[in-house]
Design a protein around this ligand. Sequence first.
Ligand code: PEP
Ligand code: MG
Length: 931
Amino acid sequence: MTNKKYVFSFEEGDSSDKKLLGGKGANLCGMTQIGLPVPPGFVITSEACLAYLKRRDKGLQKEVVDQVQEEMKALEKKTGKGFGDPRNPLLVSVRSGAAMSMPGMMDTILNLGLNDSTIKGIIKNTKNERFAYDLYRRLIQLFGSIALGLGDEVFDDAFEEVKKANNASADIGLDGGAMKEVCERFLAIVEKESGKPFPQDPYVQLYLAVEAVFASWMGKRAVDYRKEFNITPDMADGTAVNICTMVFGNMGEDCATGVAFTRDPASGENRLYGEYMVNAQGEDVVAGIRTPSPIMQLRRQMPEVYRQLETLRRTLENHYREVQDFEFTIEREKLYCLQTRNAKMNAAAFIKSSIDMVNEGLISEEKGLLRIQPDMLAQLLHPRLDPNYAAESLAKGLPASPGAASGKVVFDADRAETKSKIGEKVILVREETKPDDIHGFFAAQGVLTSRGGKTSHAAVVARSMGRPCVSGCEQIAIDTAAREAVIGGVVLREGDMITIDGTTGNVYQGKIPAIEPEFVDDLLMILEWADDIAKIKVMANADTPESVAKARKYGAVGIGLCRTERMFNQPERLPIVQEMILSESLEERESALERLLPFQRDDFKEIFKIMEGYPITVRLLDPPIHEFLPSADELVREIVHLRELRKTVQGMANLPDTLKLINPELHDRYSANLEVITHALDELKNQHLAETMIEAKESMLQKVRALAETNPMLGHRGVRLGITYPEIYAMQIRAILEAAAEYLAEGGQVSPEIMIPQVCTLEELKWVHRYVKKIHKEVEKKFGIAVPFRFGTMVEVVRACMRAGRIAELAEFISFGTNDLTQATFSFSREDAENKFLPLYQERGILQHNPFEVLDIKGVGRLMMITIEWARKTRPDMKFGICGEHGGHPDAIRFCHHIDMNYVSCSPPRVPIARLAAAHAKLKEKEFVFI
Ligand code: PEP
Ligand code: MG
C-alpha cells in the first residue's frame, strides 16, 4: 500500500508542476492561490492516468478512488452542497488537461451528479425546469459520447427532431417541457445504444468520466496530435483530470459564458478580446453551435461584470506575464474564471505583444524573443491577396485566422486528407469543426465554417497552426451529404476552386492572385533585438542579384553560398556554356569562356554592391557538366524528328515535277502557289534542317553519351572538374577578382571568398590554389589595386572531415555542405531515399526524422564537431559555416551555435527565422544537451 498522493485540491497543488497537474490543473491551482474567482475543485494527477493506462481493464486504482472520495467530501463542505443529494445537489465538471495544451484534443464532461432524482432538487432550488433539463440533456449526451463511446449524431438527430417539432431554430427556443422530452429521448438512446441504462449513481458517473478522460490520452486524435507537433513523453506524459464545481452560465438572462484573450490573438493589440453567449454553457461557445457576441457588447449589457473581467485580465497577465486565453462563466452577474492558458496566437500577434509587454515592463527583451517560435515567422513571409485585384466576394464571415488561401472545396476531413495526399490544394468547408476533423486541418490550405465565432474550435486550431480560417460565415448553406454549398445563387460543388481571406473574412469564387508580404516594422524591431543577442551570424544562399537583394532586405549579413552554376542557366548564357562544354579544343573552350566571363563578372559586381562589404562566398562550378546539356533521350528524339522532317521537305520539293507528269493542267493552275511553297520549304531546309545542324545535334549526343556517368553525384563534379578543366575555374576566379577590383576602384568595399566544392584532400585544394594565386597577381597588376579575398572549401565529403587538420593548412574557411555530407554519411542518395524507403523508415521509427530535412546531429553533427576540432588545431581562427538546407532550421542552428560555428547560411525567406533562432540558441545555450 503506497501513500502516493494522486489528488490535489486547487488550494494545495503546486502551480509550477505542469507535468504532474497538467497545464489546466496547475493554472487552476495558481489562480485559486492568487485569489481569483475559481470555483472550488481538485486535480487528479497525470501519474494516476499513467498508472490507470497500465492496468486499464481493472479500472481506477483504489488509492485514486479513495482520494477522490475524500476530496469530494471536502468539496461538499466548501460548497454546502451534496454530491447526489436531491435537496441541494453538487454538480461537477470533469476536464482533461495535459502538460502541453492540446486544444480540442481531450474531452470534457459537464454537470456530473445529475440524475433522475437530483434534477428535482435543481428544479426546486432554481425554479427553472428548462434550466435543469438543459443541464441534464448536456450531461447525458457528453457522457454518452465520451464515456460510453456513442456517436454524437444519434443525439444531435433526436435534438433536431424536438427542435423541429417545437418550431425552434436554436436550443434557446425550447421550453422546459421540450427540454424534458429531449432528456427522455437521450436516456432512451443511451439505454438502446449501450445496452445499459444511464448510470444514476453520481460516483459511477464520476469514475467512468475520469476513466474516459484518462483513456482519451491514447485515443487516435490525441496520438495524432502529439505526433504532428512532436510532443514527446518528456514534454507531456498522460493527462491530469480536473474536477471542478459547476457554475452556470445558462441559468437565465443574467448569466453567460465566454472565452476571452487578454490581448487580441490576431493582431496582438492590448485590449480584451473575446466572445460570450448569454444563457449558455461553455461548450456552446467552443463548439460554435450559436454565433456568440463580441465581448464589447458585454460592457453595455453587464457593465459591472465587464469591469470584473478587465481586472481579471490585468491580474492574469501580471501573474503569468504572458497573453492568456481564458474561459469564464457569469452566474447571476458573478464572474468565475474556469481556466486559463498561454494564448495560441499567430506570429504577428506574438511580435506585437512582445514589443508591447517589453515596453510595459511586463517582460524582458529576452523573454520577448523566447516566446516567439522562430518557425512561426514563416506566417509573415507568406503571400496575401493582391489588394489591387478587383474581385467580388461571395460572402463574408469572421476573420478568424489571418492569411489567404486558395484551394478546391472539400466537405470533410477525410476527403481533405486523401486529396492533399495526391498533391491537391483544398479548403475544408464545414458547418463547424470538431476535434475529429484535426487531420483535415493538417491537409487543408485553409478552413471555412458557416457557424461559430472567433473562438470556435475551427478558429482556435487554425490560428495555432497558422492556417487561414474564416468562421461563422452564415451566408453559406452547406449540404455535406450532397457535397455542395450554396452562397446566394452560387452553388459550390466539391472540387470547385475558392479563395478565403482569413484577414478580412471574405470568401471568393475561384483563385485570387496573391502577393508577397511586407516586412513590417515590428518584425524588424524583434529581429534587431535578436541580432544584438545572437552570436552566430546569418547569411544567405543566393545566386542572382535579385535574390541577394532579398536576402539583404531580410537581414542577411553576407552570402554564405553563391552557386555559380545557377548563373549559367539564363537563356543568353546557356548556349555559350554548351559551346564551352562541346568544345573540341582548349582554344575553342577558352573562347566560349571569354564570352561568359563578362556575365559572371557583372553579376558578382552587382552582388558586391548590394552586400557592400559583407562577405560573399562564391562556390566555383560544382555539378557534373552534362547537366547543362539536354539528355540523350531528348536528343535522340529530336534527331529522329529532324531527319523525318527533312525527308518530308525533300519530298515536297519534288511535288511540282510529279504533278506536271501526272496532270499538266493541274500543275499549270497551281504552279505559282507551288513555287512559293517550295521556295519557303527550301529556306526552311537550309536554315533549320541543314545536314550540318543535324550533325551538330548528333555530335552533342555523342558528347552527352561520352559524359554519361553511372553515378554522376559521386563522379566528375566539383573540384574534380576544376582540376580536369582548369580553364573553367580560371574564368570564374578571374570574374570574381576582377569584379572585386572594379568595385574597389569605384570606392566600394568587398569581401570575396572563393570556395571550392567536393574537396577530399589537401592536394586538390593546392591545385586550385595555384591558379588562384596566379590570377590574383594578374588582376592586381591589371587594376593596380590590392584585392583582398579568402580561400576556402566546402566540407561535404567524409574524408574531408577526417583530413580537416591538413585541409586547414590552406583553407581559411570551411562551409559544411550538409546536403551532400548527409548523403555521404548515410550513403543514401537523397532522391532514392525519399522516394523509396525513408517514409517507411520514419513510420517504423527506424529513423526519427528525414535527415535531409532535420540535421542528423548524432552522425553528421558528430562529423562536423570533429572537423571543427581538428581544423582549429591547425588554424585557430578558422571560420566555419553551414550552407546545406539545414542551415535555416532552428534545431540545426542551435547545434551550430553549440559547436561554435561562425555563421549559418540559408535561403533568403528563412533568414528572419534563422536570425531569431540564432538569438534563441544563445539564450538557451545552457540548456543544450548533446546526445
Ligand atoms: C550541400 O551539399 O549541402 C550544398 C550546399 O551543395 P549543393 O546542395 O549545391 O550540392
Ligand atoms: Mg553539395
